[in-house]
Design a binder for this molecule. Structure first.
Ligand SMILES: Cc1ncc(COP(=O)(O)O)c(C=O)c1O
Length: 357
């Protein structure tokens, strides 16, 4: 039986704009100035033409734009620059690789329960008062892993607390441009750019292989991260950054995002209706992004489900990895929908329901 992959949140192979990337990379290499800049070492801040372009789009200065080798690298750099024992609040559940990296750097990670409209605000406030965080790491739009989107009221309340208690927000926003329905909510960065650093990435917008992530915000914080980057890997993968620069300069990004929304929106709808069709109703259906999440019945064991799923031709992710206290993830199942065709979605949800029924 062909296993159906419901593990990683990867883009669909058919989403990659191969021809456009080929043209952009080739054009960079034919440009005497850009090609040399792409070949040389640079600073830890990243490829200057891309930084300048993004700065002008956001109304920022170039020293408020950092380009990384993907966006996860910023969490690592942050871990290198935070003071020993610094406290970071995270949503619970949150992106598993962020937990891994923060743990590796000895950060004191405080999980705050997540609701369908963002963190539980009372719990967030109590955590701020008790733990005096340096930073809160929040994925406000179409969260990985749950699919939740933070309401405007919670965004404002969280930022107000950040002002009162002098901590920064690290907003991780790789899914923000991938809204399939409803209207956009201002980002945390839009609402308060001096309290927020916003991470994003071209992984989900162009491809993971270009390996280009962005961080915008406070120049003092960014200077520390750029130094950590320079100390760690000297400068980033400029050929990828230059290709992304050319892709943006030629105006390819918005049409590419339109294509992605048209490709992924029906897959989300299909997965939600396949779940319902198979009698599974306790799930969080997002308005965008890559993931939908299912609440397994109380008392379920995700470890047991994983074992039975592999026997039934279903590859699932262990929900416990998304929780700072792993046992809290025993009843949590993340389902990525973007890289699956309709038939795989239908068959996958049927197999899942068979295991849970
Ligand atoms: C919330 C979130 N942040 C960061 C990343 C890292 O992406 P990359 O390093 O490829 O930019 C991911 C990838 O899935 C993600 O879901």
């Amino acid at each position: 039986m062909q296993p159906i992959q419901l593990t990683r949140g990867v883009p669909a192979d058919e989403s990659y704009p191969l021809e456009l990337v080929r043209e952009c990379a080739s054009s960079v290499m034919q440009d005497p100035k850009l090609s040399l800049e792409a070949m040389r070492y640079g600073t830890g801040y990243g490829f200057m033409p891309l930084r300048e372009l993004l700065a002008s789009q956001h109304g920022l200065s170039a020293d408020q734009v950092l380009i990384g080798n993907g966006s996860l690298s910023f969490v690592d750099l942050l871990g290198l620059t935070l003071e020993k024992g610094a406290t970071v609040l995270v949503e619970s559940p949150t992106y598993d690789r962020t937990i891994t990296l923060l743990k590796r750097h000895g950060v004191n990670i405080i999980p705050v329960p997540l609701e369908p409209d963002g963190v539980n605000f009372d719990a967030f406030k109590a955590a701020v008062l008790e733990h005096k965080p340096t930073l809160a790491y929040l994925i406000a739009d179409f969260q990985n892993p749950s699919g939740a989107t933070m309401s405007l009221a919670k965004r404002q309340a969280v930022l107000e607390l950040a002002e009162q208690h002098n901590f920064m927000i690290l907003e991780d926003a790789p899914y923000r441009p991938l809204r399939y329905r409803g209207s956009s909510i201002p980002s945390l960065f839009d609402l308060n750019p001096s309290r927020t650093m916003q991470m994003s990435s071209y992984t989900k917008q162009i491809s993971p292989g270009v390996r280009v992530g962005t961080l915008i915000g406070d120049k003092t914080w960014l200077a520390k991260l750029a130094k950590a980057a320079n100390d760690t890997y000297i400068s980033g993968a400029f050929l990828g950054q230059a290709t992304v620069f050319e892709f943006l300069r030629r105006g390819h990004l918005e049409p590419q995002l339109e294509r992605l929304r048209a490709l992924y929106a029906p897959r989300l709808e299909r997965m939600a209706s396949a779940l319902r069709h198979n009698g599974l109703t306790d799930f969080l259906e997002p308005d965008g992004g890559f993931f939908l999440s299912v609440n397994l019945p109380q008392g379920s064991s995700i470890a047991d489900l994983l074992t039975r799923a592999s026997g039934a031709g279903l590859a699932l992710t262990d929900g416990r990895g998304f929780f700072v206290n792993p046992e809290a993830g025993n009843t949590f199942l993340r389902l990525p929908f973007c890289a699956l065709g309709f038939e795989e979605i239908d068959e996958g949800m049927k197999r899942l329901a068979g295991l849970l029924g």
